[in-house]
Design a binder for this molecule. Structure first.
Ligand code: LIP
Length: 268
């Protein structure tokens, strides 16, 4: 078996165990442990506990790998492989009891920086729905045992798009202006705001969305989902801000609309 396949298999096993921990903690009740970059940017005790479990399992299995997690930060390794982990993506959904949250685990080679890394394997597991999206580089994207493919075309009614908003209220006007620019330009039939970037990217890979765009995502939000998109025949792009205060923009879509969406969204 390839390294990519082995990394994918390890990530699937760990994501399933971590997801079950997240789900059982949710059923028992969730406590907000702290806020981070803004009042709305919360972390729960479960976020911290789930990331600790993932990190322990990865270290036990591959002690020489690096790690970059949303809650505990980064440690470089010796192997050239780094795990990029969001223990609970869609934390606000999770805290409110909305079932749209995911465990996102990716293995990358090189600098753990979007645009610099080479994604080797990625898993997005949605514990409340029991859906295991997974991919190994060059080996396709899958939902369980079913091969995934982005929508080959978009119907006459327009594209079904998704987006999200940063936690900082100061970014809200720009996010809303972006939506107002993108929807007529693509054109979009409708817009979804699911609250989990990893799930949104997995849904593009599965053809449940035609495209997704958002500013301000962290590496752990997109590391696994972006590989799912490209392995499902989709396109993924990310642009750093052109000197302004804007946060990096991510665009993912079926090739049928990617160029129009990227241009409308301002992806350089
Ligand atoms: C979230 C993303 C979501 C975005 C939120 C937040 P978290 O990640 O998945 O798409 O709109 O602002 O970044 O904080 O739940 O891991």
């Amino acid at each position: 078996m390839s390294l990519e396949h082995d990394l994918e298999s390890l990530a699937i096993d760990i994501a399933r165990e971590a997801g079950e921990l997240a789900r059982t903690r949710r059923e028992a009740g969730v406590a907000i442990a702290a806020t981070k970059t803004a009042l709305a940017d919360i972390v729960t005790e479960a976020d911290r506990e789930v990331e600790a479990l993932i990190r322990a399992r990865l270290t036990a299995a591959r002690p020489d790998d690096g790690f970059l997690g949303e809650e505990t930060g980064g440690d470089s390794g010796e192997s050239g492989v780094t795990w990029v982990v969001d223990p609970i993506d869609g934390t606000v959904n999770y805290a409110y009891g909305i079932p749209s949250y995911a465990v996102s685990i990716a293995a990358v080679r090189g600098e753990p920086t979007p645009g610099e890394w080479e994604a080797l394997a990625g898993v997005v597991y949605t514990p409340a729905l029991g859906e295991m999206f997974h991919a190994a580089r060059g080996e396709g994207a899958w939902l369980g045992v079913n091969r995934l493919s982005v929508n080959p075309e978009v119907g006459g009614a327009g594209a079904l798009l998704a987006t999200g908003f940063g936690y900082d209220p100061a970014t809200r006007p720009g996010d809303i202006e972006l939506i107002g620019r993108v929807m007529p330009a693509v054109p979009a039939r409708d817009l979804r705001r699911g609250g989990s970037a990893a799930s949104d990217l997995a849904f593009v890979a599965a053809g449940r969305l035609d495209g997704y765009f958002e500013r301000g995502l962290a590496p752990w939000d997109l590391a696994a989902g972006s590989l799912l998109v490209t392995e499902a025949g989709g396109r993924f792009g990310r642009a750093e801000p052109d000197g302004g205060p804007r946060a990096p923009l991510v665009v993912a879509a079926t090739p049928a609309i990617f160029d129009r969406l990227a241009e409308a969204a301002g992806l350089a």
